[in-house]
Design a protein around this ligand. Sequence first.
Ligand code: BTN
Length: 268
Amino acid sequence: MFDLSRLAAANLVAQIDYHESLGSTSDRAQELAASGAAALPLLVLAERQTAGRGRGANRWFAAEGALTFSLVLSAPPDQLPPHRWPEVALVAGLAVCEALQSLVPASVLQVKWPNDVYLAGRKICGILSESLPGWRDRLVVGIGVNVNNSVQRSERTGDGEPETAELRRIATALIDHDGLPRDLTATLVSTLDHFDRRWTELLTGGFAPLAVAYRQRCFLTGKTVMIQQPGGATLVGMCRGIDDDGVLGMRTFAGEQRVRSGSVLRWE
Ligand code: BTN
């Protein structure tokens, strides 16, 4: 059970929409944002999600004990025009890394471009950053973090859920990492505080100052990766990390390429 009064005191949050159980916090956030009635930033929070969404057609499965929430953010176009919105997922990933790092100080937390956080080589958090049809100044950022919901000890519970063995190979939770249960409210407050700081930096100073911190945590740098770009074309090459605009550099057989958005299909 979350302590809503502690969450309401977080700098980033102007309004909270809390649910014990909800299909998807991002669906709900889209509805509230489109109505125009919510005070922003709005935090939509659920103890349990029954129809969580991932990127594209993916679903997001998380048992109780996970953090599943979405933020509706106001993005003034003069500070963050829509063509720069891909930077938001990068900033969110960085903020989650920084928040989790204080809980596992000796462990390796990395951002996997464009929208995942990895703990010791396994995915611990997914981020879904979405625009809102008809709005140029607000967006929805959905964040799922595996905290007390063990992935290593989980059983399959739903149709379409990945095979357990595959999930254990690629994913983790804080509790899998060190066996310690966490206070979900404190973990969320810390995540919101880190996000608030990085979001303010993005709006006031652009992405370049944040790129320095991102590069230090970039999971893909130096790896050979295959990326599917919007439209379907795939690109294979050595990842050279992100530039000051948050664009990924790739060294391919055809020369240097810059990738602003896409899905990472494989890496080694
Ligand atoms: C991904 O890895 O593909 C992104 C996963 C995003 C999951 C979060 S959980 C909270 C929010 N609500 C959703 O339905 N999805 C996001």
